[in-house]
Design a binder for this molecule. Structure first.
Ligand code: HEM
Length: 381
């Protein structure tokens, strides 16, 4: 993706390319399938349905509202328009793919072979192991889990990446701050030599860009339900009783920008607010990249991945994906908005930040609605 972006005079398809990246990461982690990156403008547009796994998954994810709304039985009618039939064919093809993978993995388990470590193989192996006892996952529960992970992990990450990239394009000083950390931690090592255990915990500035972006632009609303019993909450001096089967939609927008927790500049995008000096440092010491600590205000002031027993199980996964992507992009490159005729670079940056503020909205999740209106340019550092 970086090669594709940096060899183009400007990139208007960042959001689309980041969705491809997110899909590729999920394919590898979920099913053990790797794909070569193909940029938006290089892709062959095809009107015929494709049976390939990646394209069927992509079609399913992109048409999820339609699939959930109309149901797969309805979509099977042969008299429906071509587009809907294509969606149906993608559902069938993806289901077939999961079934054949499931059968292959079951066979490998029976033969005592370990082929790859991915989510599908782990679930199949766990279900086969547990089958000897009780309470193992059924075949359809495995498909359900695989689907939930793919669905929940695709656009959430891709939209967060897009917001973050545009914020960075509007804030060159944050790019410099980020790049300083990436260079300090990764030096001249090749990506194949980067080490998750040693490097990830030191890339605090990278992860702070993600937290700060989600703090202001929370892509998924956390929604919780009370179960069949009522629940009591103590709020200040009062006790509030929530009746059974009630939906609770916390106002994350308010809590995540409340000046009591986030200070007077709570509405500004400032990733460094998440960083504090390493424990034991002298307060006069300037913080050193790679040795800083991550600081979270009081629990509950940030609920971007939700909280409690039903919080997001993909939190760490998405953070590792985000940090690795930031490190790859900003180690040697920086990004700017393209400058319109008669515009200065500073004005272009303000225009980009304004685009985030005024042209974002909920489709299924919160996203930038027209990021293509502000193409980006990559330059070597
Ligand atoms: C920026 C990235 C992400 C954000 C902001 C995010 C946020 C959230 C939030 C807020 C919830 C709870 C929704 C609710 O309370 O109703 C959730 C649930 C969930 N997320 Fe994520 N998520 C992200 C990435 C991922 C990834 C990469 C995966 C999988 C690899 C994933 C898997 C899930 C699953 C399976 C659930 C449902 C959990 C349950 O129902 O108990 N998420 N996510």
């Amino acid at each position: 993706m970086l090669l594709y972006w940096t060899t183009k005079p400007s990139v208007a398809t960042s959001a689309d390319d980041l969705r491809t990246l997110s899909l590729h990461v999920l394919s590898r982690a979920g099913f053990g399938k790797s794909f070569k990156f193909v940029g938006h403008d290089e892709r062959q547009t095809s009107t015929t349905p494709s049976n390939s796994y990646k394209e069927s998954l992509q079609t399913v994810l992109e048409n999820l509202v339609l699939i959930l709304g109309l149901g797969t039985k309805f979509l099977a009618y042969p008299w429906l328009p071509r587009k809907l039939r294509t969606v149906h064919e993608a559902c069938v093809s993806f289901q077939q793919y999961m079934t054949s993978l499931y059968e292959e993995e079951k066979q490998a388990f029976a033969n005592g072979e370990v082929r790859d470590h991915n989510l599908m193989t782990s679930l199949v192996r766990a279900s086969q192991d547990e089958a000897k006892t009780s309470g193992s996952l059924t075949e359809s529960e495995i498909y359900g889990n695989m689907f939930a992970f793919n669905f929940a992990g695709h656009d959430t990450t891709a939209h967060t990446f897009t917001f973050a990239l545009y914020f960075l394009a509007a804030h060159p000083e944050v790019q410099d701050w980020l790049s300083e950390e990436i260079r300090e931690v990764l030096g001249d090592r090749l990506p194949s030599e980067w080490d998750y255990r040693a490097d990830f915990p030191r890339l605090k500035r990278c992860v702070s860009v993600m937290y700060e972006t989600i703090r202001l632009y929370t892509v998924v609303p956390s929604i919780k339900w009370t179960d069949s019993r009522s629940q009591s909450l103590t709020v200040g001096e009062k006790t509030v009783v929530l009746p059974p089967h009630s939906m609770v939609a916390p106002s994350y927008g308010s809590v995540q920008t409340d000046p009591r927790f986030w200070g007077p500049d709570s509405l500004a995008w400032r990733p460094s607010r998440w960083i504090k000096l390493a424990a034991g440092s002298d307060t006069d010491v300037v913080s050193k990249p790679g040795e800083e600590d991550f600081s979270m205000p009081v629990r509950g002031a940030f609920i971007g991945w939700s909280d409690g027993v039903r919080d997001c199980p993909g939190r760490k996964f998405s953070q590792v994906e985000f940090v690795a992507t930031m490190a790859s992009l900003f180690l040697n490159w920086r990004v700017d908005p393209t400058v319109a005729k008669g515009e200065s670079l500073d004005t272009a940056r303000r225009r980009v930040e304004n685009l985030i503020k005024t042209d974002s909205g909920s489709v299924l999740l919160l996203q930038m609605l027209h990021p293509e209106r502000a193409p980006l340019v990559w330059k070597k550092r």
